[in-house]
Design a protein around this ligand. Sequence first.
Ligand code: CTP
Ligand code: CA
Length: 231
Amino acid sequence: VGRSEGTGSLRGRRVTISVGGTREALDPVRFLGNRSSGKQGMALAEAALAEGAQVTLVLAHAEVPAPPGCDVVPVESALELRDAVLAALPTTDVLVMAAAVADYRPAEVMTTKIKKGDGEDPVITLVRNPDVLREAVLARAGRTEPLVIAGFAAETGDATADPLAHARAKLARKGCDFLVLNVVGSSLVFGQDSSEITILDARGAESAVISGSKRVVADAVIAHAAELLPD
Ligand code: CTP
Ligand code: CA
């Protein structure tokens, strides 16, 4: 309703979008998770479909359904998400990492339910998850077909740097083609229906500031990716 028809800028292109929040198992009934709603990722999928793309969703836990017409690869954990993204990469023209990927996972996953005991309270040891976005950038090296890779970052800024400085450092670390920065304050962006974003190009320049619904933001992100693809 009231949506732009799209210009067909991604007709014949394959777009892979990671969506939602990963869940890192502790035991068969418990996990460590995050508050990602998946709304921004689903809006990206809609935007890419509207531009004529074939869309693969690497779908972690989300509160909203996938739009019809996507190929959905369901995943739970960061490790599963990594495998699914890397498997899709050879046939992908645009990768957008919108998922909230857990930075850490429990070092041990119990095969049976953890029971309360009378002894010491349990301590959960965490180990670092792979950086999927960074791995996708590294996997692109040597490839002849074009592949545009975009990342997302929610930043608050802190005593050491403002949100923009954190985002620029992150962009440089990841090596992706652009980074979508969401400045988060005290009001939660997670689960909200609208937001303001800044697109940072590969050199860290602010190439666009967009505010509006998640779909408006998604259209801008998809348009930016389409522009980076050679004809
Ligand atoms: N990301 C990823 N793999 C991870 C963590 C994050 O691919 N293990 C991706 C996210 O999907 C996002 C981008 O990297 O597109 C930035 O995520 P963010 O959590 O902001 O970056 P981190 O490098 O994890 O830094 P931070 O310490 O700020 O969490
Ligand atoms: Ca992180």
